[in-house]
Design a binder for this molecule. Structure first.
Ligand code: HMG
Length: 437
């Protein structure tokens, strides 16, 4: 690996919607054994948006918390890239809305990147290269992954929905994660495993085939990275994967373990022990939120920092990013020496604490209302905001309108949304190990 300037993630922050549905509730309402979703897919709950939340408000919320918590001077932000497959406009990028909502300086480059769930990794690599080129100018890049995962009601994909955003500060003082300088290990193949035509609000998917495409891309990129980076299995303290549903990360780990066990002629640590040590600890937040597409891999990273803190000191992590269609990449990075300070700083724990649980009827009602509004070129929702959060208020003459948060208020613990549905906050379970059968 090349020894060049350190560069990578200086700060990370997560925003998730204020409501969720338990997968058991969804299963029972649709006549399915809840164990299929809990054990078969490995999920537990999934975040659900109200009509007042969209990919822009989630992105702005995550980025605002990032800038406040890490005391970033807005004038020092030279680039904002949003990785998303849930764009709200075919021309105006989410990054431009976020730039305005955060009142960033005009001399800042803004754009979105799209390649299904790979979009944010493309953004991260681009921001990293830009930062390396601009060393010494004290300018930072902000990369935001934001998405709302939606499938048809009653479809096999429905229990793998979710929503959320992860914002990352990219610079040359990467206290969270220094990205290793190694040759690219990427893989592209033109496949129809998952797609969403412009006229559809939900994704289409060839479910079983998408699993095959994901695993094929993993094998290619992992083999390439092992060959070109000089790193091997023993160098990784944790292995993180794109998580469309937690059981997929288990399948991904199983494949890599088999490849390594073959290479070592079977003289290799057992699968269960290796999995529990290397990959399971990174999945607890994904289990609570569901698939957030471009942000899923980075939600795992934030969850790991929250739950493990100091145990990750200077640890090397391996990352597999996959976007349907498909493009994938394997890369690695090293956690900073003070990893203990990240516990409680990513925003996940407090966001999960105040969530409101939906029953099945409320979940369907929210979906229907969100769909109806997004089809309407002119509507106005009366939002009474206390200035703590960003809300989507409607469309006026085809222009989207947002209620903004003030900088200092947004850094406070998250409160619940304006009353869209009834319900009371539900406590989140502490990160727990889950075994797949
Ligand atoms: P399905 O029809 O529910 O599949 O679809 P299934 O019937 O095979 O059941 C799933 C698992 O539950 C199986 O376990 C069953 O045995 C088990 P496995 O064989 O896989 O180990 N099961 C049970 N377990 C316990 N108790 C029970 C029980 N019954 C069954 N009673 C599928 C599953 C994932 C295909 C579906 O949910 C889907 O289409 N999801 C969306 C697509 C997806 O997530 N694909 C992943 C790879 S592509 C990707 O990651 C990209 C993506 O994020 C998009 C992007 O890039 O933007 C999706």
């Amino acid at each position: 690996m090349n020894q060049e300037t350190r560069c990578g993630i200086e700060g990370i922050s997560v925003a998730i919607p204020k409501h969720f549905i338990d997968l058991g509730t969804l299963a029972k309402a649709t006549g399915i054994d809840p164990e299929k979703f809990y054990k078969g897919l490995g999920g537990r709950r999934m975040a659900v948006v109200t009509p007042l939340e969209d990919p822009v408000t989630l992105a702005a919320e995550a980025a605002r918390t990032l800038l406040d918590r890490y005391r970033v001077d807005p004038a020092g932000v030279g680039m904002v890239i949003v990785g998303s497959e849930s764009g709200v406009d075919a021309a105006k990028p989410i990054a431009a809305y976020v730039h305005g909502m955060l009142k960033l300086a005009p001399q800042c480059r803004t754009f979105d990147t799209q390649h299904a769930c790979y979009g944010a990794t493309a953004a991260l690599q681009m921001a990293r290269n830009w930062t390396l080129r601009h060393q010494g100018e004290c300018r930072k890049a902000v990369v935001i992954a934001t998405d709302i995962a939606r499938y048809d009601v009653g479809s096999a994909g429905e229990p793998t929905q979710g929503a959320g955003a992860v914002a990352m500060l990219i610079g040359t003082e990467p206290e969270v994660l220094t990205i290793d300088s190694a040759p690219d290990a990427v893989y592209t193949e033109d496949v129809m495993d998952f797609w969403r035509p412009h006229y559809q609000s939900t994704a289409m998917v060839d479910g079983k085939y998408s699993l095959e495409c994901y695993l094929r891309a993993l094998e290619h990129t992992y083999r390439t990275y092992q060959r070109t980076s000089g790193l091997s299995w023993d160098d990784y303290r944790r292995l993180l994967f794109h998580v469309p549903f937690p059981k997929m990360a288990y399948k991904a780990f199983k494949l890599l373990h088999e490849l390594e066990a073959d290479r070592h002629n079977g003289d290799f640590p057992s699968f269960e022990d290796s999995y529990d040590r290397l990959s399971e600890p990174a999945l607890w937040a994904n289990r609570e939120v569901g698939n957030i597409y471009s942000g899923s891999l980075y939600l795992s990273l934030a969850g790991l920092l929250e739950s493990e803190g100091a145990e990750l000191e200077s640890a090397r992590l391996g990352f597999f990013s996959y976007g349907s269609g498909c493009c994938a990449e394997f890369f690695s990075g090293r956690i900073g020496p003070d990893s203990g300070i990240w516990r409680g700083r990513t925003g996940i724990s407090e966001a999960l604490e105040d969530r409101v649980e939906l029953d099945y009827e409320q979940y369907i009602e929210l979906r229907t209302k969100t769909d109806a509004m997004s089809r309407n070129g002119s509507f106005r929702e009366r939002v009474r905001t206390n200035g703590e959060h960003f809300w989507f208020c409607g469309v006026d003459d085809h222009r989207r309108i947002y209620a903004s948060a003030s900088s200092s208020a947004a850094a406070k613990p998250l409160a619940t949304a304006p009353s869209i549905v009834a319900g009371s906050p539900v406590a989140v379970q502490s990160p727990a190990m889950q075994r797949f059968s």
